[in-house]
Write a protein that binds this ligand. Structure first.
Ligand SMILES: [Zn+2]
Length: 539
């Protein structure tokens, strides 16, 4: 173990959920805080193998086996440590690092890194309250930040000149550059952040590892972040998580907002479980990080086009992480506002109403499908079907995926297919009539067995029934339900043939000799249909 980069194994543990890793081998069910299954290391019929997702370990109460994702992979794949991390790296989509032990020099470097960033945060905060930072202070106070909040989040001001480079002139230039705070130019060292409102970014251990600087003169980009360093990876850092972790546990969910000011205002305004991605784009890594503490996530975005787009992206990214007990929701702040403004102008109760009114994942995904595709045309529906299939394929749990598919089959039938009903009315053929009991039975069947509704959609659509009505539970099996539809179809077919036969007979009697062939043809069809009906009844 010593010969491996600790950072890398930590990274694997951070990226992969032990429930996913173990779940590939063992069927797990959540009971209380833990997941349970039958131990893969000893023979048992009742589940005594427990997995704690948050702490990242498993324990068998039967045989005493315990460990983390690495020991689980070593034991269950019968591979050595290297084999296990190679396998896990592939699962996490990470490249194996070169072997290098963390040397004393490396440890010292990391220590000096966080010493420098902590000292820089102190300097920035001091500057915020000095004359040079007056415009930054007035801006942040204008956003409703109290001095208490400024202290807690260690907000500061990076002066216009290269103050950090000058302050740390006794530190080795390489060390200073490695923190991302300073760069080397033609005329010596200069500060990366100049004339910026500074938000420190903390790692899971509460150490400051980077900064996010907001422009104060209206220049774009609005935010610049420390570029990735040895200790900071933007894609894998969620702003505010260090402050929110306990609250997420208590609230049993996290709230994700778009920006860091929003996150701070939410945390201090009654929603301490709020976090934000760094920069605008939410990544798989952000969700992986959040899902490790809790799989109930409420995304709260602006109701404008960009916010809707961000939410659609979040929806797509979150699908691989959902479990049968996840509650993922989407809330929108409308009227061109953001959460910060809602809290300021309307208060916590108004914000709570928005969060509590969030749309569930199932409904939101359905809304995306229907917004983005023209489902009134066959081509549009085909595109929508493909999109939906791609999205649902991301759900890892097969049982959960089937439930989603079945739910959407029902929705597709109820909303997309209804158009066929009116398409058929103009054809001059009388629509088949069904009695009330048949109608109720069909409504029940299409709701209970959406796949049957899909299979017999062409026929069902000719019946002029509103399938989104409510129907009593009729306790049918799927086989019985299918038999009901097929025999009804056959019956309606026979009714049509006999109506045609009546018409042909009348034509023959009125002297139309060609009707004889039609009659013979119809008799053959009726005979065949009757035989089919007999078989169906016999089954
Ligand atoms: Zn065991």
């Amino acid at each position: 173990m010593a010969s491996y980069d600790r950072n890398f194994t930590d990274e694997l543990r951070a990226r992969l959920s032990i429930v996913d890793v173990v779940g590939r081998r063992v069927a797990l069910t959540k009971k209380g805080q833990n997941y349970w299954g039958c131990c893969p290391f000893h023979n048992e019929k009742t589940a005594s193998f427990s997995v704690n997702e948050e702490k990242g370990f498993y324990h068998c109460f039967g045989c005493g086996e315990h460990g983390d994702i690495i020991s689980f992979t070593m034991k269950s794949n019968n591979v050595d440590f290297r084999g296990a991390i190679t396998d896990l790296a592939a699962q996490a989509g990470l490249k194996m690092p070169d072997y290098k032990p963390k040397s004393d020099a490396q440890i010292a470097r990391e220590k000096s890194y966080v010493d420098i960033t902590a000292a820089a945060a102190d300097i920035y905060q001091k500057k915020l309250f000095e004359e040079c930072g007056a415009h930054a202070l007035s801006y942040i106070r204008g956003r409703g930040f109290s001095d208490e909040m400024i202290k807690k989040y260690r907000i500061g001001y990076a002066p216009k000149n290269s103050f950090i480079a000058a302050s740390f002139s006794n530190v080795r230039q390489e060390t200073l550059i490695s923190t991302g705070l300073c760069r080397r130019g033609d005329y010596g060292m200069y500060d990366f952040f100049r004339d910026k409102l500074m938000f420190p970014i903390f790692n899971a251990n509460g150490q400051i590892v980077a900064f996010s600087g907001r422009s104060l003169d209206g220049s774009e980009p609005k935010y610049i972040n420390t570029t990735d360093t040895d200790m900071f990876h933007k894609r894998r850092t969620v702003f505010g998580l260090n402050f929110a972790r306990d609250a997420i546990h208590r609230a049993n969910r996290s709230i994700v907002v778009e920006g860091q000011i929003d996150a701070i205002k939410m945390q201090t305004g009654g929603f301490p479980e709020t976090v934000a991605p760094l920069g605008t784009a939410l990544t798989e890594d952000h969700i992986a990080l959040l899902a490790k503490s809790n799989r109930n996530i409420t995304f709260c975005f602006d109701g404008d086009g960009a916010g809707q787009k961000a939410a659609a992206r979040a929806c797509s990214i979150v699908l691989p992480f959902i479990r049968d007990n996840s509650d993922v929701r989407f809330a929108f702040v409308t009227g061109g506002k953001d959460p910060d403004e809602v809290l300021k102008t309307s208060g916590t109760a108004a914000m709570r109403k928005i969060i509590d009114g969030a749309m569930g994942l199932t409904d939101f995904l359905w809304e995306i499908v229907n917004k983005n595709y023209v489902t009134s045309t066959p081509g549009g529906r085909a595109q929508a079907e493909k999109f939906l299939a791609t999205e649902l394929a991301k759900i890892a749990d097969p049982a959960l995926r089937r439930e989603y598919e079945s739910e959407y089959n029902k929705r597709k039938f109820n909303t997309w297919r209804k158009w066929k009903k009116s398409d058929n009315t103009g054809a001059g053929i009388a629509l088949p009539q069904v009695d009330e009991i048949t109608k109720n039975t069909l409504v029940y069947i299409t709701n209970a067995f959406p796949e049957l509704a899909e299979r017999y959609v062409e026929f069902l659509a000719t019946l002029n029934i509103s399938f989104d009505a409510a129907a009593p539970d009729m306790h049918m099996t799927q086989t019985a339900a299918e038999k009901f539809i097929v025999s009804l179809k056959l019956q309606k077919y026979l009714e049509r043939l006999s109506a045609e036969k009546k018409a042909a007979t009348a034509a023959l009697l009125s002297g139309d000799a060609s009707a004889r062939d039609t009659l013979l043809d119809l008799d053959a069809k009726i005979q065949a249909a009757l035989e089919k009906q007999e078989i169906l009844i016999a089954v």
